[in-house]
Design a protein around this ligand. Structure first.
Ligand SMILES: Cc1cc2nc3c(=O)[nH]c(=O)nc-3n(C[C@H](O)[C@H](O)[C@H](O)COP(=O)(O)O)c2cc1C
Length: 370
């Protein structure tokens, strides 16, 4: 028998965001590239219908690229030009229809950008480097000049303005999964010299690009900003990520979401909430009250949700794959709670949804009706 009082006090507790907007529960739909835009990245009927079905406290969109050169995957959402505004507004409206708040995830994929999708524009990262692609190839990324990094920072602010004017309630900067902002923080990618303001050899240099992006967005529009980060990498410790989180909080971000470079693991093998331990170290290093903390990765059952939000005191949780196969999962849990039982997500974490996205559109093939 489930402890319904505990469920109410954890998952269903509301949360006021810094601008006074209230999130009605602690569950966010994690950013999920659905591969469902039109070929030019604009939001047409197909992606709108998908987002209309999803319900969460906040629904974070799949990553929206902020400059044409910063795209990695096909049919990502474009947030690069004035013409994108109409589709973005339809997207925000569709998310609001279920009573969810809408969050736009913004990205520049940096050295992981795909020149084949950007009309031959080179991939640019912090340093010139060969970077493995997800499809087994190699991208020869070029290093950005200081002016180029500043142009990307401004592109985040411009994209945030378009999202804000389209009706989005929150911005999430994608600083995880070894994309652009993370690349500046991680010496694996950032080999800029010690006299460069974005150098990979000092904490000031490594945190400058993500911190500047938060500041640029906050100066452009009055909207809460959260940042998704990796928990660690071969050259970055969770304690260092704690320092990054502290600086992001000082720069005006309200929350960091802890993910990792191997984001889509199997909770059957890695355990539910597989970044929990690193996230606890990150929070400890950042210090109390510096910023709020969210966790993503392999969270599947109401019992785990109650533990992570209750005992472990995470502020919010994000669920990705479970809301691909059951966009209405929160409604199911509400119905089950009425009967005194809560059953776990039906997602088996096979990751075939992702592979479907490369060839067509992201969808659950175990339960195709979704
Ligand atoms: C099909 C698919 C698309 C994804 N797209 C994004 C994305 O656009 N941005 C992002 O930050 N993470 C993306 N992710 C990772 C998820 O946000 C999340 O971190 C990951 O799936 C782990 O959470 P889960 O176990 O609840 O699925 C994607 C994952 C999948 C399976």
């Amino acid at each position: 028998m489930v402890d319904l009082e505990m469920w109410k006090q954890t998952a269903l507790r509301d949360l006021e965001l810094p601008n006074g907007v209230v999130m009605s529960n602690r569950i966010m739909r994690a950013a999920t590239w659905m591969s469902q835009t039109e070929e030019d990245g604009s939001c047409g009927d197909r992606i709108i219908e998908t987002y209309r079905k999803i319900k969460a406290g906040i629904v974070v969109t799949g990553f929206q690229f902020v400059l044409p050169e910063g795209q990695q995957l096909p049919r990502m959402i474009s947030n690069t030009r004035h013409e994108d505004a109409k589709g973005l507004k339809r997207l925000a409206d569709a998310i609001h229809e279920s009573g969810s708040l809408a969050c736009a995830q913004l990205v520049h994929c940096g050295a992981q950008s795909n020149p084949f999708l950007s009309g031959g524009l080179s991939a640019y990262g912090p340093s010139s480097k060969d970077v493995p692609t997800q499809t087994g190839g190699v991208t020869q990324a070029k290093g950005m000049t200081i002016e180029h990094v500043e142009k990307v920072t401004k592109a985040y602010a411009d994209a945030a303005r378009r999202a804000f004017e389209a009706g989005f309630d929150v911005i999430e900067l994608h600083g995880a999964h070894q994309y652009g902002l993370w690349q500046f923080f991680d010496p694996t990618f950032n080999e800029r010299p010690p006299d460069d303001p974005y150098t990979g050899s000092t904490m000031d240099g490594r945190t400058k690009a993500p911190v500047d992006a938060v500041v640029a967005v906050r100066e452009e529009v009055d909207i809460p900003v959260q940042v998704k980060v990796d928990a660690k990498s071969p050259k970055v410790t969770p304690e260092e990520v704690g320092e990054l989180a502290k600086r992001l909080g000082k720069a005006g971000a309200w929350c960091v979401i802890i993910s990792g470079p191997n984001a889509v693991q199997s909770p059957q093998k890695a355990g539910e909430g597989y970044f929990r331990e690193d996230a606890l170290k990150i929070r400890e290093a950042a210090g109390k009250g510096s910023i709020r903390f969210g966790l993503v990765g392999g969270i599947r059952s109401p019992d785990t949700i109650m533990k992570l939000l209750g005992e472990d005191k995470f502020d919010i949780l994000q669920l990705g794959r479970p809301l691909i196969t059951e966009p209405w999962l929160l409604d199911r849990w509400a119905e089950e709670a009425g009967k005194g039982e809560l059953t776990k997500s039906r997602c088996i974490s096979c990751n075939k949804c992702f592979r479907e996205g490369i060839s067509g559109a992201v969808r659950c093939i175990q339960f195709p009706a979704c």
